[in-house]
Design a protein around this ligand. Structure first.
Ligand code: SF4
Length: 295
């Protein structure tokens, strides 16, 4: 059962948002209307799922990002340099004009010693130190994924490393793109918009309205089942999963029209309830992910 995408002009337009912004930004760079700015991508406490998700982008894709839209200066998972040489590249960029993208939460226990991103000049560089050093000087800071936005799984009970989202350590506004992981379009579209026009319009939780303005529940192809009271009683049924604990009614993001893996599918399309991974408080406040007693 899938009826959302394709025919509705509103949905089609929204699907094109990231691509349109990307190509507009690339054109503006090529014509010298805007500078090709530096981008630093930091991986802090997390699973590297957001950079893997970004590599999955199709239009726009990662190759276009690094070859046409920005100077991609640092990313510990993808860059050729390693060790002290890589850290030199990072710290050399500190006095430049750069946009900072961050995935992963910040471990704060024992002044951050539980997440060390590298060694530089003979000392460990913690996520705790690097986010404050680079976060305050960046032109814009984008939290990519739920851990950077709000702590996410890295901050789940009992949170032994005392992880927090990056906003907790910065005295400046952070653009937040929660989602576990962040969809490549949410990042590419937000970055392109920021390069072209500056900070996009954000909601009260600092999320761009162009991607986070609607509830999953309001776009869900199973909404007619909800409205008629036709509920799934076990996983695998193609009706509304509200009684199985679906968090679509409280999760604000556009997964139903955007989908994942080049728009192939999404959790509810595969008969799994939404677990609210883009919601603040995920995962602790979204559990249990599935309710088996549907009476
Ligand atoms: S409760 Fe979940 S499955 Fe049911 S309509 Fe809402 S989002 Fe869709």
């Amino acid at each position: 059962m899938n009826t959302t995408s394709g025919s509705c002009p509103n949905f089609s337009m929204r699907l094109e948002t990231a691509s349109m912004l990307f190509h507009k930004a690339v054109d503006a760079v090529q014509q010298g209307q805007i500078p090709k700015r530096n981008l630093i991508w930091l991986e802090l406490t997390g699973c590297a799922g957001n950079i893997i998700s970004l590599l999955n982008g199709e239009d726009p894709d990662f190759k276009g990002l690094i070859s046409q839209m920005v100077h991609y200066l640092y990313d510990n998972s993808l860059m050729a340099a390693e060790g002290e040489f890589a850290m030199d590249q990072l710290f050399d960029a500190l006095d430049s004009d750069y946009i900072l993208a961050v995935e992963g939460a910040v471990s704060t226990k024992d002044e951050g010693l539980y997440t060390i991103i590298g060694r530089w000049k003979g000392r460990p560089i913690t996520a705790y130190e690097v986010i404050q050093t680079f976060g305050e000087r960046a032109a814009h800071v984008i939290a990519v994924g739920t851990c950077a936005s709000d702590g996410g799984i890295s901050a789940a009970r009992p949170n032994p490393a005392q992880c927090v989202g990056i906003q907790n350590l910065l005295n400046r506004k952070v653009i937040k793109l929660p989602g576990c992981p962040c969809h490549p379009d949410w990042f590419m579209g937000t970055l392109a918009y920021t390069l072209l026009f500056g900070e996009p319009e954000l909601d009260a939780r600092q999320r761009p309205l162009m991607f986070y303005s609607t509830l999953i529940h309001d776009l869900c192809p199973r909404r007619p089942c909800f409205d008629r009271g036709v509920f799934a009683t076990q996983l695998g049924e193609d009706t509304c999963m509200f009684k199985l604990g679906c968090r679509g009614p409280v999760t604000r993001v556009d997964c139903p029209i955007r989908k994942w893996n080049d728009r192939v599918n999404w959790p509810i399309g595969d008969d799994g309830p939404c677990i609210g991974c883009a919601m603040f408080g995920f995962p602790d406040k979204m559990e249990p992910f599935v309710r088996f007693d549907t009476t």
